[in-house]
Design a protein around this ligand. Structure first.
Ligand SMILES: NC(=O)c1ccc[n+]([C@@H]2O[C@H](COP(=O)([O-])OP(=O)(O)OC[C@H]3O[C@@H](n4cnc5c(N)ncnc54)[C@H](OP(=O)(O)O)[C@@H]3O)[C@@H](O)[C@H]2O)c1
Length: 336
């Protein structure tokens, strides 16, 4: 019987990492599930796969990407437990919400440590044996926000963009030895990272950016209704692990594929205006000297008030009151 191929996946305790680890196990891979707290994550993974404790195709390894000692120890544990992995999936990630001016520099450092420095260090530790094996794949879980810088999440966008760039450099360096790199430009999936609780939220709804937060928040909430299940992401990862080319970049999910297509077709100023319009950001200069342009919804209300008769307006207002939720919905706005 041939040995199963080994894949290491980071951030495997929940979200896309958990769903992917479970799926890859079911597909016959030997899965090294790297996570910050294996005591919490491994029982979830065992439950999701139906595997038993001690199964040599499902191995938990402690890894905190913010801690260089933990990265070294994880690389050592991986080589001791499974030898040379075939694939390394850099999935672990964090998100943020807040304008650049509102975000702490410590958050920028944590973002780059999680999405760039930590993954680079882990790759450096595992690469010598992967290179010697003459085959293998490094998969970087990117984001639409890393293709185009998104407002309200600059540290995330910048670090995911940087992640893509180091992946491109790496592909050229390691392809001659038989290895390849895939970037998965990930769309919107229903995990903690897109919720208020799963995000570092520095937004100031009373500050100078309040008008922008307001429209981005409501449009973001609407978009999150279309978030797909994490299991759908795992389909994309399974395909990525079958890639053989030196460098591949795939959109995972319809929103990601659409963004990649428009980014190819549209010039940079056009992409800027598209992002601005989609997120309801007022045009350049419109907020000078404290001006507060109305949101689309507010403009619609003003228009309705001008053209509709009073009884119709009263009916519409009471209908809107009945339809609006009693409690605010979980905020799934500017994150990811
Ligand atoms: N969901 C989306 O819509 C979406 C969209 C675009 C890109 N992505 C990307 O997909 C990846 C997975 O995100 P997700 O949606 O599954 O989010 P999630 O449910 O919040 O999971 C994030 C995972 O990353 C781990 N992690 C965070 N910081 C870490 C660190 N310092 N060291 C090790 N592990 C760490 C977390 O570990 P703990 O459990 O210990 O906290 C958790 O397992 C991320 O890279 C994210 O940027 C997601």
């Amino acid at each position: 019987m041939t040995e199963p191929r080994t894949v290491v996946i980071t951030g495997a305790a929940r979200g896309l990492g958990l769903a992917s680890a479970a799926r890859l196990y079911r597909e016959g891979w030997r899965v090294v599930a790297a996570m910050r707290t294996p005591d919490r994550g491994m029982p979830l993974l065992l439950a999701a796969t139906g595997a038993s404790e001690g199964d040599d195709r499902l191995i938990g390894v402690q890894l905190d990407l913010l801690d260089s000692a933990s990265i070294c120890a994880a690389a050592k544990a991986i080589e001791e437990r499974v030898g040379t992995p075939y694939a390394l999936v850099h999935n672990a990630g964090i998100s943020s919400a807040g304008m650049m001016e509102e975000t702490d520099i410590e958050l920028w450092q944590r973002m780059f440590a999680t999405h760039v420095m930590g993954p680079v260090a882990l790759t450096q530790a595992l690469l010598p044996s992967m290179r010697a094996a003459g085959e293998g794949r490094i998969v970087l879980v990117g984001s639409t926000a890393g293709v185009r810088g998104q407002p309200g999440t600059a540290p995330y966008s910048a670090s995911k963009g940087a992640m893509e760039r180091w992946g491109e450099s790496l592909a050229c360096e390691i392809a001659p030895f038989g290895l390849g790199v895939t970037v998965l430009v990930t769309g919107t999936y229903d995990t903690d990272i897109i919720t208020d609780a799963g995000t570092t939220d520095d937004r100031d709804f009373n500050g100078p950016y309040a008008r922008l937060h307001q429209s981005m928040n409501s449009r973001g909430r609407f978009a999150m209704k279309f978030a797909r299940s994490p299991e759908r992401f795992a389909d994309g990862l399974v395909k990525a692990l079958a890639d053989r080319g030196a460098f591949r970049r795939h959109g995972v999910g319809p929103d990601a594929s659409m963004l990649l297509a428009s980014n190819r077709l549209m010039p940079a100023p056009g992409m800027h205006h598209m992002s601005r319009l989609v997120l309801g950001i007022p045009r350049q200069g419109s907020m000078r000297e404290g001006a507060y342009p109305l949101t689309t919804a507010q403009r619609a209300m003003v228009f309705a008030a001008k053209v509709l008769p009073q009884p119709v307006l009263t009916r519409l207002a009471s209908l809107a009151m009945r339809l609006s939720p009693a409690k605010p919905a979980p905020d799934r706005s500017e994150a990811q």
